[in-house]
Design a protein. Structure first.
Length: 475
């Protein structure tokens, strides 16, 4: 909710933890920190940066599981909580819409909470009396990259409802909603500004990034991550009205990212920044792990739709990512039986990717197809089929129809990026939500495919009595 008060919330909490650290904060009053005081203390900046990454991680699990259910990738079959199924697949019974006061309103509060702290972080950097110009650029490039990514999570789930992009100095002031088009333009502009900052950011950040950013922990290499997120954002915008110009932006961003067009091994395909987890006290477990998250099931269509290799065995991606699990159904007849689970994240400490080279390759195939290079798109599709799936060539050529190539491309995105938060968004982007399966088609528990997540009722309530953009189109 945009009115939550978080003046320097992460810093205040982190200050208490720093009491056990020999490198103590030197803020005069850590219980009531100010931007000026934080800007004069390098340790404060480290704590804030760590907090931003932690909050980014906090939103990742719910983003994947909510979009996974909407996109018919996954179920969460909690034995005594049917709303983990009904809130996403049925919504308000008989109305084919989701409940704005129900379960399916994630990917909002967590993201805007972090956007408030990113705003505070940027203020700290700009007011710093100890950072050099290069260090300020590096820190601002880091923050703006996270800002663009958090807003991308918001707009990719709300789509035509638009979103709020402005964070006001006074957190109690309402900021207006803006259109989907404006949100994407803001995201791309923010990511481009971050790229410029990072290019002028010198050799090192004035803080340390966690191990999930190994290989992407300097301004120059983090900029490659920034360009990867910009490519995803530009591709999303291209199919939401940005057209050829946005596709060209995606191609340009991919060229400056960590894209490896010659990727042939699993390590090549998996390269990219990730969220890290551990069993250490005070840290978090991977929320999608197969060891303890026994309620997370795979949609049975993964098995029925899989293509086979030349030897008749299933696509390697299916074999590696999907496995047998004791059959379970949702309570109260809200779902259908599944006997498949996910093997993607086997332990509580398995990392969860933010973006991988395999996605970048598939984004490039999308962009090439959209800009008329069918042969280039097919070449990448066949590369992914072989390197990731162990499949023979698709049989497509430059003479194949755009629709046929897109169908094959979306198959490969589905299995290559399973349970990474893409399927529902991709099917909506290409007008194919009607191709997602409906497991129950009649009666009070009939399923439907939601097009967008609702704006949370709590957000709408603070806008009661407002008009125009302040009221919000989704309220």
């Amino acid at each position: 909710m945009m009115r939550s008060l978080r003046p320097l919330g992460l810093l205040a909490a982190a200050a208490a933890l720093a009491g056990c650290n020999p490198d103590r904060l030197v803020i005069s009053n850590p219980n009531s920190p100010t931007v000026a005081a934080a800007g004069a203390d390098p340790l404060a900046l480290q704590l804030q940066a760590t907090g931003l990454l932690r909050q980014l991680r906090n939103g990742r699990g719910s983003f994947v599981t909510s979009t996974g259910r909407f996109g018919r990738e996954a179920y969460i079959y909690t034995p005594q909580e049917g709303r983990n199924t009904s809130a996403y697949l049925i919504g308000i019974s008989g109305q084919n819409r989701l409940d704005p006061a129900g379960f399916a309103v994630e990917n909002w509060g967590t993201q805007y909470g972090n956007l408030r702290d990113i705003f505070n972080f940027k203020n700290t950097v700009n007011s710093s009396t100890v950072l050099t110009a290069e260090q300020k650029n590096a820190a601002l490039g880091f923050a703006r990259t996270l800002e663009g990514l958090e807003l991308l999570y918001v707009i990719s789930t709300r789509d035509t409802l638009g979103a709020v992009v402005e964070i006001k100095q006074d957190a109690s002031d309402l900021a207006p909603f803006v259109s989907r088009d404006s949100v994407y333009k803001y995201i791309l502009g923010t990511l481009d500004a971050a790229s410029t900052n990072l290019a002028a950011g010198g050799a090192a950040f004035p803080f340390t990034l966690h191990g999930g950013f190994t290989g992407f922990n300097t301004p120059a290499t983090f900029r490659q991550f920034n360009r990867a997120i910009a490519a995803r954002a530009a591709a999303y915008y291209a199919t939401a009205g940005g057209g050829t110009t946005a596709w060209q932006q995606a191609i340009s961003a991919l060229g400056a990212s960590f894209l490896n067009t010659g990727a042939a091994s699993r390590a090549d395909l998996d390269r990219g920044p990730a969220h890290v987890y551990s069993t250490a006290s005070g840290d978090a477990n991977n929320p999608l792990n197969a060891a303890t998250n026994t309620d997370l099931y795979a949609h049975m269509s993964y098995q029925t739709d899989v293509q086979n290799k030349a030897n008749g065995q299933p696509d390697d991606r299916f074999t590696a990512k999907i496995g047998a699990r004791p059959a379970r159904n949702a309570p109260q007849g809200l779902g259908v039986v599944s006997s498949l689970g996910f093997n993607l994240y086997p332990t509580t400490a398995t990392s969860l990717p933010i973006v991988r080279n395999e996605e970048l390759l598939l984004l490039r195939a999308e962009a090439l197809l959209a800009t008329g290079d069918r042969a280039g798109a097919v070449a990448i599709i066949d590369q992914i089929r072989a390197a990731s799936g162990g499949l023979p060539a698709s049989g497509l050529t430059s003479a194949s129809s755009t629709d046929a190539i897109l169908t094959e491309l979306l198959y490969n995105k589905r299995y290559s990026l399973a349970l990474e938060g893409h399927r529902w968004i991709d099917m909506r982007r290409y007008g194919r939500l009607n191709q997602l399966p409906l497991d129950i088609t009649s009666g009070t528990n009939a399923h439907f495919v939601a097009r967008v997540q609702p704006i949370p009722q709590s957000e709408c309530l603070v806008r009661v009595g407002k008009t125009g953009a302040l009221a919000g189109p989704g309220c």
